[in-house]
Design a protein around this ligand. Structure first.
Ligand SMILES: [Fe+2]
Length: 139
């Protein structure tokens, strides 16, 4: 591509990015409706290949004052099949907490201080056999 053609193409591309309203059309990332849901991790609406197991793998939330309890109704009968960990994400899907579990010792329950938090939070439960499951909670 010659130099003149390169600049023409660049200007047209740049002008296309400056269309009024284009910046407003961008939506914030929603991990529950992202293409990742149902492929990289699973959700209630996108259980993917493990649809039979969604009820026992989706994190459940319970708020008690400034504490957020995250539970996964999954058995912990040993290392053959158990919940490995919980991860908590903020509204920008940045991880803000995690807890690992030891089968035979722990239940898949984690507790987070949400005193200064607002907006949606997301919890991920990771099973050693049935992958990762994400659910949301609005504070
Ligand atoms: Fe499982």
């Amino acid at each position: 591509m010659d130099r003149r053609r390169f600049f023409e193409t660049s200007l047209l591309g740049g002008a296309a990015l400056m269309v009024p309203g284009a910046a407003q059309a961008a939506k914030p990332f929603d991990p529950l409706t992202s293409p990742l849901a149902g492929s990289v991790y699973y959700t209630k609406k996108r259980p993917g290949r493990w649809s039979r197991y969604s009820a026992s793998h989706l994190p459940v939330f319970e708020r008690k004052g400034n504490a957020l309890h995250v539970k996964t109704p999954h058995h912990m009968r040993g290392y053959a099949h158990y919940i490995v960990k919980h991860m908590l994400f903020d509204q920008n899907f940045r991880m803000i907490g995690e807890k690992t579990f030891e089968p035979g010792k722990d239940w898949p329950i984690s507790l987070y201080d949400v005193t200064s938090m607002k907006g949606p939070l997301y919890a991920m439960s990771v099973c050693n056999l049935h992958d990762s499951w994400l659910a949301g909670f609005r504070l």
